[in-house]
Design a protein around this ligand. Structure first.
Ligand SMILES: NC(=O)c1ccc[n+]([C@@H]2O[C@H](COP(=O)([O-])OP(=O)(O)OC[C@H]3O[C@@H](n4cnc5c(N)ncnc54)[C@H](O)[C@@H]3O)[C@@H](O)[C@H]2O)c1
Length: 255
């Protein structure tokens, strides 16, 4: 994979455990020039610390719940990079009380927050990103989880959000295919990150995955980054609208 001539944007680095950080590390080592978003001032310190060695093109605030913030981020991206070849959307959030207990207790606000942050945000990011995408085409990926298809008690509203996200991937892939902009998702097995810490029963989820998956282990951050890089590279030029599992094969098992 060669990213020496490629430029892109990565949303979702919070710290050195973030999936987005591992993708950033791999793409940087392959020669990509990358601009990064950070959610808010509260996490800027850890984002800067994580990206210190990766020679970022720029690091700019972007709260995906705020359209002005999104517009401003893409203005900066245009000035700094002029045009881009790829985007990584690695963002999700739900209120802690909506990630455990009875699913039916979710409030309308909790539902909206989870869906808007974790699924809707891919739409404006793709739309604004397409305006500065290389006219020859580009590649966009997001991160999903198998709870989009099957019930994971504890994952609750985030399962609903991932189902919506995967549907957005397919609709956006259909719309932007004529511009040769591909949109895909990597559906990762459980990885210990900041976001994962909020999920009730996360440790058990990891244990069940490693016990029952064909590979008898959990996936690594690096494996998720490898498949992400492949989907962002020209090697995957025939793939769009796909949800690719990187889960040690867990998803194929019935028992
Ligand atoms: N960790 C896992 O087990 C796992 C498995 C499958 C999929 N995923 C998905 O991977 C993605 C990245 O999560 P992670 O596990 O690396 O955790 P993480 O906590 O490192 O990353 C989540 C990111 O979302 C960002 N974010 C949340 N709300 C935002 C907002 N309003 N505006 C801008 N950014 C916002 C956070 O700042 C953070 O950088 C998520 O979509 C997550 O659902 C994670």
């Amino acid at each position: 994979m060669d990213f020496k001539e490629k430029k892109g944007l990565i949303f979702g680095v919070a710290n050195h455990r973030s999936i987005a950080y591992y993708i950033a590390k791999e793409l940087s080592s392959l020669g990509a020039e990358i601009g990064y978003s950070y959610q808010n001032e509260r996490i800027l310190g850890s984002v800067e610390k994580s990206l210190n060695d990766l020679n970022p093109s720029f690091i700019e605030e972007c709260d995906v719940l705020n359209q002005n913030s999104l517009d401003n981020f893409f203005k900066v991206a245009k000035v700094k990079l002029n045009q881009i070849d790829f985007i990584v959307h690695s963002i999700a959030f739900a209120e802690r009380e909506d990630l455990g207990g009875n699913f039916s207790n979710v409030t309308k606000d909790g539902f909206s927050t989870a869906l808007e942050t974790s699924a809707y945000s891919l739409i404006p990011i793709t739309k604004l990103g397409s305006e500065i995408m290389n006219p020859e085409g580009g590649s966009i990926i997001t991160l999903s989880f198998e709870a989009s298809q099957k019930v994971y008690p504890g994952y609750n509203i985030m399962g609903t959000a991932k189902a919506a996200l995967e549907n957005c991937v397919k609709q956006l892939a259909s719309e932007y295919g004529k511009n040769n902009i591909r949109v895909n998702a990597v559906s990762a097995g459980p990885l210990p990150t900041l976001a994962a810490r909020s999920i009730a029963g996360f440790k058990e989820m990891q244990k069940v995955h490693s016990d029952r998956s064909p590979l008898k282990r959990n996936v690594t951050h690096e494996e998720v980054a490898n498949t992400s890089s492949f989907l962002l590279s020209d090697l995957s030029s025939g793939i769009t609208g796909a949800i690719i599992p990187v889960d040690s094969g867990y998803g194929i098992m019935g028992l």
